[in-house]
Write a protein that binds this ligand. Structure first.
Ligand SMILES: NC(=O)c1ccc[n+]([C@@H]2O[C@H](COP(=O)([O-])OP(=O)(O)OC[C@H]3O[C@@H](n4cnc5c(N)ncnc54)[C@H](OP(=O)(O)O)[C@@H]3O)[C@@H](O)[C@H]2O)c1
Length: 259
């Protein structure tokens, strides 16, 4: 099969959470550019509408749904509205996430722990569960892609809650994968390294960030498009025998032992 056919997403319906900025927008763009109808989800409706208009200019089929991933009624409404517009969601990109205030583990408050775990773990599980239930009920195969982080594989100081949530996203991916494989729903994760977006721009552009960049074997942070190939592999028939995997895309960061 030719690569363009293997990666073709015509007829698929892709819902991307956290599509109002950063990686989520790039994911939605890559899916739309390869033929999927896309459903943009985030809280900031104005941003979603502007981005929808941008994607539509290149002929994409798009709906924008303002929703909070932490609210169960918003989750159900988002999938209902997506189905009404395009049919069953067959690709879910579980991307919405929040960063943690950098503090020592001994100083993390219960409120901060819950805030981070709620968006970065609980919502990932519930949105995947909702998508899977609907794909199984409709007897449609599909793909769920969870956005983890290299901090789900290794840890850094000051981000215990975030790192714990992302490690659990990796395990959630495996747990769902083994239960859904026979139903034709594949569940995989991407663990990105550092990409400059609104979640971390101040930090990555600081002196500490510049030092981090020097430590990345490729000598640079990730840029727009660096995750497209991995996303499309996991979303399309090109990844038809892949499930339960977490693919690291980090310029070589996590495999390096600093001597
Ligand atoms: N950038 C990196 O270096 C990096 C590295 C590894 C992993 N990641 C992961 O990649 C994902 C995207 O991060 P990013 O860098 O693109 O950050 P970002 O630019 O801050 O985007 C985060 C997105 O999540 C949405 N969001 C947050 N809370 C939400 C909620 N309660 N309900 C609905 N949407 C919500 C935000 O939209 P609204 O505010 O409009 O709701 C926004 O669209 C996150 O899961 C992050 O942990 C990022």
């Amino acid at each position: 099969m030719k690569a363009a056919d293997m990666f073709n997403l015509a007829g698929r319906v892709a819902l991307v959470t956290g599509a109002s900025s950063g990686l989520g927008q790039q994911f939605a763009r890559a899916l739309a550019d390869n033929g999927a109808a896309v459903v943009l989800v985030a809280r900031r409706a104005d941003r979603l509408e502007a981005f929808k208009a941008e994607l539509e200019k290149s002929g994409a089929k798009v709906v924008a749904i303002a929703a909070d991933v932490n609210k169960s009624e918003d989750r159900v409404r988002a999938f209902d509205e997506a189905e009404k517009a395009f049919g069953t969601v067959t690709i879910l990109v579980n991307n919405a996430g929040v960063a943690q205030k950098s503090v020592r583990a001994t100083d993390v408050t219960p409120e901060e722990w819950r805030r981070v775990l709620s968006t970065d773990l609980d919502a990932v599980f519930y949105w995947a569960q909702e998508a899977a239930r609907r794909m199984v009920a409709a007897q449609k195969p599909g793909a769920i892609i969870n956005i983890a982080s290299v901090l789900g594989l290794g840890v850094a100081k000051g981000v215990a809650a975030y790192a714990v949530a992302k490690a659990a996203v990796v395990q959630t991916t495996k747990a769902l994968a083994v239960e859904l494989a026979f139903k034709g729903v594949r569940v995989n994760a991407i663990a990105p390294g550092w990409f400059v977006t609104e979640i971390n721009d101040k930090y990555l552009e600081s002196e500490a960030g510049i030092a981090m960049k020097r430590d990345i074997p490729m000598g640079r942070f990730g840029k727009a498009g660096d995750l497209d190939g991995t996303l499309l592999l996991l979303a399309s028939d090109a990844g038809s025998y892949m499930t339960g995997a977490t693919i690291v895309v980090d310029g070589g960061q996590v495999v390096q032992i600093k001597g």
